[in-house]
Ligand binder design. Structure first.
Ligand SMILES: [Mg+2]
Length: 295
């Protein structure tokens, strides 16, 4: 196999950098830029906590409709590394699920019931997840009102984990199982709560991305990881730790930019104002890389 060494490879968080946190959709402009990057043989890999169904709907389908170049492959790592698939102009390949990383079904059933019983006005159970258990804010519910309910929901979820003797953490809180193990995590974000194996994460997604490209004989000269959360830095941490060159782009640096042994960029590095965040910043960076490649 010929070794391919593209100048860049993109590892992209979806909610925030590509999908608007408000509409939860991806604009046609971003779809067009992603396709242009693929056309220039830049590997594009999504690395998200979302389900494969969400990626299919919000990214794969529009990219196929807009016209993915012949011979191209796009990889999607979903559910923080537990699920992955690839797609080509002829559609999606098989969905892979790492069953060892899935939540027990009986626990998921109890959460579904809990949401139906007590939280259905504010949130919904994500039926498309295969490994994680995720409960998301209804789009029409006001954020402050959701966040207040979410704290109560997270407490109830921790209580249910204990009922199933599943050791779990939520932020600083730690409740081991009777065996002493802590195998699960309750991970709240501004629009959802994920309940998941502690082995899931953006770092696991990064390792899968490197493997998926290696199978195609692709070893990028440099990576660009893009995210809107602190946890997204784990992509760049992992790549840097494994001797890959990486620059991380933070599209929502409001939480503060941590000190890291690799370069971090924000919209300010493109001479854009502080107000350019999330998918607006993501779109500006895609355009910036296209401009650089065209030089
Ligand atoms: Mg995000």
């Amino acid at each position: 196999m010929t070794l391919l060494q593209p100048p860049l490879a993109l590892l992209l968080d979806v909610d925030g950098p590509l999908a608007s946190p408000v509409t939860r959709q991806v604009t046609p402009g971003i779809i067009a830029d992603l396709i242009d990057l693929v056309r220039r043989n830049i590997p594009v890999v999504f690395n998200t906590g979302r389900s494969d169904a969400f990626i299919t709907e919000q990214l794969m389908r529009p990219m196929l409709e807009a016209g993915l170049p012949d011979g191209s492959v796009v990889h999607a790592i979903c559910e923080k590394g537990a699920v992955w698939f690839s797609f080509t102009p002829s559609g999606p390949g098989p969905i892979h699920v790492d069953r060892e990383l899935a939540m027990p079904t009986a626990f998921g059933d109890d959460i579904r019931e809990l949401v139906a019983r007590s939280y259905a006005d504010h949130m919904f159970f994500d039926e498309t997840k295969r490994a994680m258990v995720s409960v998301e804010q209804h789009i029409e519910v006001e954020s402050g009102s959701y966040l207040a309910e979410q704290v109560k929901f997270d407490d109830d979820a921790l209580a249910l984990l204990a009922t199933h003797d599943l050791g779990a953490t939520r932020l600083e809180h730690r409740a081991p199982a009777s065996s002493g193990s802590v195998d699960y995590r309750v991970d709240p974000s501004i629009i959802s709560t994920d309940i998941e194996s502690v082995r899931l994460g953006k770092d696991l997604g990064a390792s899968r991305a490197v493997e998926l490209l290696a199978v195609q004989g692709i070893v990028p000269q440099s990576w660009r990881t893009v995210g809107d959360s602190r946890t997204d830095y784990a992509m760049a941490d992992w790549l840097h730790h494994h001797d890959h060159h990486v620059i991380h782009v933070d599209v929502r640096p409001a939480d503060g930019v941590p000190s890291k042994p690799y370069t971090i960029q924000t919209a300010a590095d493109l001479n854009l104002g502080e107000g350019v965040v999330n998918d607006f910043s993501g779109a500006a960076f895609l355009q910036h890389w296209l401009d650089e490649l065209a030089r």
